[in-house]
Design a protein around this ligand. Sequence first.
Ligand code: HEM
Ligand code: SF4
Ligand code: SF4
Length: 396
Amino acid sequence: MQTLLELARDASALAAGEPTALPAALARGDAATPEAEAARQMQICNACRYCEGFCAVFPAMTRRLEFPAADIHYLANLCHNCGACLHACQYAPPHEFAVAIPQALARVRARTYQAHAWPAPLGALYQRAGLTVALALAGGLGLFLALALALRGSLWHAPLAGNFYAVFPHDLLAAMFGAVFLFAALALGMGARRFWRGVAPQEAVPGALARAAHDALTLRYLDGGHGDGCNNEDDRFSPWRRRFHHATFYGFLLCFAATSVATLYHYALGWEAPYAWTSLPVLLGTAGGLGLLAGPAGLLWLNLRRHPLQGDVAQRPMDRGFIALLGLASATGLALLAGRDGAAMGLLLALHLGVVMALFLTLPYGKFAHAVYRVAALLKFNIEKRLPNRLALGSD
Ligand code: HEM
Ligand code: SF4
Ligand code: SF4
């Protein structure tokens, strides 16, 4: 194990551009696993510490001298992939130290989702996330198109004045989506529980959950610590990734709120759909749908231009599949709203329900997992940072 004194010596040698006492193995990028590779790079960062003020990862790193797999999984999910430390790093490729923290931590994030998946065998779906999304989409669309044909005999019909339940009975939809949603919530909850068991701090700190929620809801660490936004294709900073993510995230929440209010209307108040254009479910759904259309479109545009060292190119099918499902769910939902009084309502409804079913089915086995693990990592960080850092240079 490297001592604190050795780390401090390495840090001043690195700063002065002198040869350091870093073990030779640290200077190469040939570690056996993504966790070992991320740990190698963290050891270099821990000696350098140039990026200490950038985000939560570096203060969390300075609390450690060694980086076992559980800690690397924690740090990987704390990273917001803003890219700042790649463009600031004097040891980034082609330097022999080959430090590319955003890429190394992105690779570990995918392993976190897989390692903690529930039920465990389904963790393999992350490795084929593009195929998983494609199959779920084909299955969801096929299921609802076939159901519409079986129940009504045709996808075209005389206008039904927006009465969706004349095509698919309400109880059938409630049972199908309720079951898939509960399963997704259970699977994600079990994954988070497993992750938390591996990284949980011993102490509880009051207020940490509220601070973690604030950090997540504002995407506090998506700006490299300077407030100008994050890097995407090069060393320029841009606020657009955060803005598009907010449109996506809050759009998703508004759509969820629209469905929840409609469920309340149905069961608690006995008010049945279709609801008026000015009703709360329609207003929430329209606002959310627009956000969920603009946000994923922007995220896809940025994703297509992203610097390859800022992420793991192998995960692009997972990222883009999720973005595509979100955008399609919104596009088909808005099209359904616009055409709900016409003869194509049954077809539009089947398309929308098929996409939403695919989205729900893949929630626990795709990119959505990042939300759960990042919030857990932010919670740990907000607990940890209130505790004394026994490794702080110059402290006891
Ligand atoms: C509240 C917890 C959440 C946090 C802290 C969070 C944070 C982040 C961060 C930091 C990124 C960029 C790095 C990466 O690609 O992993 C990201 C990407 C993304 N997030 Fe979230 N997110 C949350 C929830 C959500 C939700 C609920 C959705 C949508 C329903 C969403 C949609 C996306 C999408 C589509 C991307 C991919 C962008 C790309 O590939 O360029 N996020 N999220
Ligand atoms: S990313 Fe590079 S510059 Fe930043 S702390 Fe690590 S080694 Fe130093
Ligand atoms: S990519 Fe951004 S969030 Fe991740 S470690 Fe580097 S500076 Fe921190």
